[in-house]
Design a protein around this ligand. Structure first.
Ligand code: 5GP
Ligand code: ZN
Length: 114
C-alpha cells in the first residue's frame, strides 16, 4: 500500500524506533506510549485489521503474536505481565488501518479497559 503509515515504517521510509524484526513482522515503539513499555507489532505485509490478518495465509497472525511475546521477553515485562491488544474497527479506537498489536507492560493494567 503506497499511502499507509505502517507500510512506510516497514519500508524504512518513515523512521521508527525498531526493537525487533523477523522475516514477516516488525516491532517498534509507539510514538505516544500509554505504558512504560508500549510497542506496536505489525506484519510487514499490509492487512487492514485483525479480521483481515486472521484470514491471511500460512500463519501470519501466529508470527505477529509470537513476535509480540518475544518483545515482551526482550523488554523484561513478560514475567510481571503484559497485554496484547488489537483495536479492530473505529468503535474500538483503531486509527491506523494496517493491523498492529499493541504490546503494553511495565505497569499495572486495569480491567476492563476503557
Ligand atoms: P490504534 O489507535 O490504531 O489502535 O493505534 C495506532 C497507534 O499508532 C497509536 O497508539 C499511535 O500512538 C501510534 N502511532 C501513530 N502514528 C505513529 C507513528 O508515526 N509512529 C509510531 N511509532 N507510532 C504511531
Ligand atoms: Zn500498510
Amino acid at each position: 500500500m503506497t499511502d499507509c503509515l505502517f507500510c512506510k515504517i516497514a519500508a524504512r521510509e518513515i523512521p521508527a524506533e525498531i526493537v525487533l524484526e523477523t522475516d514477516r513482522a516488525l516491532a517498534f515503539r509507539d510514538i505516544n506510549p500509554q505504558a512504560p513499555t508500549h510497542v506496536l507489532v505489525i506484519p510487514k505485509e499490509h492487512h487492514a485489521d485483525a479480521a483481515a490478518l486472521a484470514q491471511a495465509d500460512d500463519g501470519l497472525a501466529d508470527d505477529v503474536i509470537k513476535a509480540a511475546h518475544a518483545v515482551a521477553v526482550q523488554e523484561g515485562v513478560a514475567e510481571g505481565g503484559y497485554r496484547i491488544v488489537f483495536n479492530t474497527g473505529p468503535g474500538a479506537g483503531q486509527t491506523v488501518f494496517h493491523v498492529h498489536a499493541h504490546m503494553l507492560g511495565g505497569r499495572g493494567l486495569s480491567w476492563p479497559p476503557g
